[in-house]
Design a protein around this ligand. Structure first.
Ligand code: ADP
Ligand code: MG
Length: 257
């Protein structure tokens, strides 16, 4: 059963916009506990693939399976509830709240029990208990990402890199199995990029699975154990960084644009 070793399985994914085929019969799998990179030049179809997996877009055909369940066409909310979580940019209204408030308000994965409790009267004391548990968990995550010194800062005042840390911290609070990140280092200064990468590696060692979408090939080669290369919507090749690096088709795709 490959589902236990490969939680994400994408098969024959297809998506066109008018006359443009953005994703063309793409198939790949992501192995549990790995940092897998999805790379390709601009326009290769990376973001479209990402959006098809996370439910932001619906494929014309093909399937997306997660933890052995068909999630093709599921809503973003449903996909996240199943434990496949993407980072989200901090919304405008959240910019006027502090980092701590942003964390407290991060969406939670809704499990059957919590939903059941919320509709049954007489659980008021449990609500207070749950708030305390949430605050403990929030502080754990804040300390893990070393953003405790900015806990009372308004999200709108954060640097680009600090925002990315907050976005990742919020995603982690949903208690995901797997995280999808689309160009998480865009606009991030080198020292914060290094910190973000250290946190990602630490989380991977804890057992989280990552799919990292990036157009910076060197960054992916240095940090991922498995690399999938998209070109013109198709999977051009995949393998270890060493296998992919020397591939002439990959070099040509990047040079040719
Ligand atoms: P990447 O993220 O690899 O740069 P995208 O997935 O964003 O690539 O885009 C793949 C192709 O699909 C490009 O040619 C792009 O112009 C086109 N495309 C993406 N989204 C849309 C859209 N909403 N409408 C029309 N064309 C789109
Ligand atoms: Mg993109």
């Amino acid at each position: 059963d490959t589902a236990t070793t490969h939680p994400l399985v994408v098969e024959n994914l297809q998506k066109s916009f008018g006359g443009i085929t953005a994703v063309d019969n793409a198939s790949f799998e992501v192995e549990a506990g790995t940092l897998t990179g999805l790379i390709g030049p601009n326009g290769a179809g990376k973001s479209t693939t990402f959006n098809l997996i996370t439910g932001t877009l619906t494929p014309d055909s093909g399937t997306v399976r997660f933890n052995n369940e068909d999630i093709t066409g599921a809503t973003p909310h449903d996909v996240a509830n199943r434990g496949l979580v993407r980072t989200f940019q901090i919304a405008r209204e959240l910019e006027e709240m502090t980092v701590l408030e942003n964390m407290m308000l991060a969406p939670k994965r809704q499990r059957g029990e919590a939903l059941w409790r919320s509709v049954v009267p007489g659980f008021r004391s449990d609500v207070a208990e749950q708030e305390t548990e949430l605050l403990d968990r929030v502080w754990d995550v804040i300390e893990f990402f070393e953003i405790d010194h900015i806990a009372d800062e308004y999200a709108g005042n954060l640097s680009g890199g600090q925002r990315k840390l907050l976005e990742l911290a919020r995603a982690l609070l949903t208690d995901p199995d797997m995280l999808l990140l689309d160009e998480p280092f865009a606009g991030v200064n080198p020292s914060l990029e290094r910190r973000l990468l250290e946190h990602i590696h630490e989380l991977r060692e804890q057992g989280y699975t990552f799919l990292l979408v990036e157009h910076d090939m060197d960054l992916i080669m240095e940090n991922c154990e498995h690399v999938i290369v998209l070109h013109q919507g198709r999977v051009l090749t995949e393998g270890s960084p060493d296998e992919v690096r020397g591939d002439e088709d990959v070099i040509e795709a990047y040079l040719g644009g």
